[in-house]
Design a protein around this ligand. Structure first.
Ligand SMILES: NC(=O)c1ccc[n+]([C@@H]2O[C@H](COP(=O)([O-])OP(=O)(O)OC[C@H]3O[C@@H](n4cnc5c(N)ncnc54)[C@H](OP(=O)(O)O)[C@@H]3O)[C@@H](O)[C@H]2O)c1
Length: 495
């Protein structure tokens, strides 16, 4: 659209705007100005970041050619900033909307008068008052009525109002520098970029909730410096050129640490149809998402727990661990959990763990594990790795199974990793150890797992806790805090 286009439009405009006097009938030129306005404001919005004076001058001319000295601020008076802060509507459109509203009100009144329904008067007065107050309900009713009348969908209507002018500035956290040991704030950089208009088949996503997960510490090693941090988010489709994904659809997207993104829709996941109304959408990143599925497949498929067995899980009060313990409980196991604070231990007991202890405050981890289950463990769900695992493995029972899910104790290590467990225990106890990644399970098994998790939740057999941090700007802090153990349950950033 610029800069050559702007110059061309500017030229056209000058030809047309030969008069430097205000038109006698401002509305007579309304249609023409509106057309110009749409094209030009798109150019202006695209150049908003750099405040291109050429673009603003051109827009100024399109609005009031007889007053070329208008300032940028005064031009903005002609625009109404929509609630999503990314769209502007011109005053001409606003005027049109108001006229339509008045007309609808008149029609409604006439209809009611015709029907002679006295009782409706009070309701009408109330609705009128609400509309005059500019209340959202009133406006939405109006829109609904108008749509019913015109038979036009919301999308067509908003296009007509020029909302296809949407230009969005996406904020993104990038990896400025590869982590050395524990991540620090200066390893991240917040960048802003304007997104291009949507192409056919694409949708515009707005992040509602974003996930920070331990795997990002590992995956960031392979990320190029300057790139956006990876990660899932629950997002709303705020603009769509894809009929399968209409505006308003809630999806889980792998867009990374960004407030807005464009997707061709191929990798977006809609929420399961049975998603209960009462359940927060953020759970699609926790118990009903990747961590919940990790717990499900790890404890059921990899460990293959059976009723009556003893299960040990570490990082037990976190996103994965808390679900592992609860699934093991509902399968009839005895569950031992470890976590890093007394508040977490209290929570584990509250959600049904048989034994839970703070691994940071016990004198000896070995003794504490022995005390918790003198006969040893049938299953060990390992989120922590390192020395913790070397201490657990000699306490496994014969034919014990170990699910290697994560190794958070060594993710920030810079030196040599601690030595692994004694192989004798593994051989003579005939243990089975298996590493796994949750993406192994796809399609029907994954759908079934989600259904099971939701069912157990609705039956009160699984509870959840979220550690919610508000503000997209706090993504790095949320991530660093989670790695240190600040969280109880799943760490979520609310955008
Ligand atoms: N294989 C897979 O597909 C898969 C998928 C998801 C997650 N994971 C892994 O599962 C593990 C848990 O992930 P999550 O998302 O549920 O995270 P989380 O447990 O919610 O949060 C991480 C927790 O790790 C604990 N921790 C940190 N440093 C530790 C240390 N040195 N020793 C012991 N505990 C430590 C902290 O709790 P404390 O206060 O208890 O120390 C912290 O709260 C991670 O290792 C992750 O990489 C694997």
């Amino acid at each position: 659209m610029f800069p050559q286009d702007i110059r061309r439009r500017s030229q056209l405009l000058r030809e047309d705007a030969h008069s430097r006097r205000p038109p006698a009938e401002p509305d007579a030129r309304g249609q023409l100005l509106e057309q110009r306005f749409r094209a030009l404001s798109q150019a202006v919005l695209m150049t908003r970041a750099t405040a291109s004076s050429a673009a603003w001058r051109t827009l100024r001319m399109s609005l009031e050619p007889w007053k070329p000295q208008r300032t940028r601020a005064s031009i903005q008076l002609y625009l109404r900033r929509e609630p999503d802060a990314s769209t502007y509507t011109s005053r001409t459109v606003i005027k049109k909307e108001e006229e339509e509203k008045e007309e609808a009100e008149k029609e409604e009144q006439e209809e009611e008068e015709k029907e002679g329904v006295e009782e409706k008067d009070e309701g009408r007065r109330r609705r009128g008052r609400r509309r005059r107050k500019g209340g959202e309900d009133g406006e939405e009713n109006e829109r609904r009525k108008r749509r019913k009348r015109t038979g036009r969908g919301e999308e067509e209507e908003s296009k007509e109002k020029g909302r296809s002018l949407t230009m969005v500035r996406a904020k993104s956290w990038t990896l400025k520098k590869h982590f050395q040991g524990s991540p620090v704030q200066s390893d991240f950089e917040l960048k802003t970029a304007e997104l291009p208009p949507l192409k056919d088949g694409e949708v515009l996503l707005e992040a509602l909730f974003l996930s920070v997960d331990p795997y990002m510490r590992v995956a960031a090693k392979r990320l190029k410096e300057g790139k956006i941090m990876m990660g899932h988010q629950v997002a709303r489709i705020v603009e769509s050129k894809n009929s399968a994904l209409p505006t308003g659809t809630i999806v889980v997207a792998h867009s990374g640490w960004t407030t807005h993104s464009i997707s061709d829709g191929k990798e977006l996941e809609k929420l399961p149809t049975e998603w209960p109304d009462t359940v927060p959408l953020s759970l699609a990143l926790g118990t009903f998402g990747m961590p919940g599925l990790t717990a499900y497949f790890g404890i059921l498929d990899i460990c293959g727990v059976k009723g009556g067995e003893t299960v040990l899980v570490n990082a037990a009060a976190g996103a994965v661990g808390s679900v592992v313990g609860q699934i093991a409980k509902l399968k009839g196991c005895r569950v031992v959990g470890t976590a890093g604070s007394d508040a977490k231990i209290a929570y584990l007991k509250q959600i049904g763990f048989d034994v839970a202890f703070n691994y940071k405050t016990v004198d000896s981890l070995e003794e504490a594990l022995k005390k918790a289950s003198p006969d040893g463990y049938d299953c060990y769900f390992d989120n922590v790795g390192g020395e913790f695992s070397s201490t657990v493995i000699p306490q496994m029972k014969a034919f014990g199974r170990i699910a290697i899910c994560g190794a958070i104790s060594v993710y920030n290590s810079t030196g040599q990793l601690p030595p692994g467990p004694n192989p004798e225990s593994i051989i003579y106890k005939q243990l089975r150890m298996e590493g796994f990644i949750v993406t192994r399970w796809q399609g029907e098994v994954r759908e079934k797992a989600l259904k099971d998790l939701m069912k157990w939740f609705s039956e009160g057999k699984i509870q959840y806790h979220e550690h919610i941090i508000k503000g997209f700007e706090n993504m790095p802090a949320a991530f660093m805090g989670m790695l240190k153990g600040d969280n109880l349950g799943k760490t979520i950033v609310k955008a």
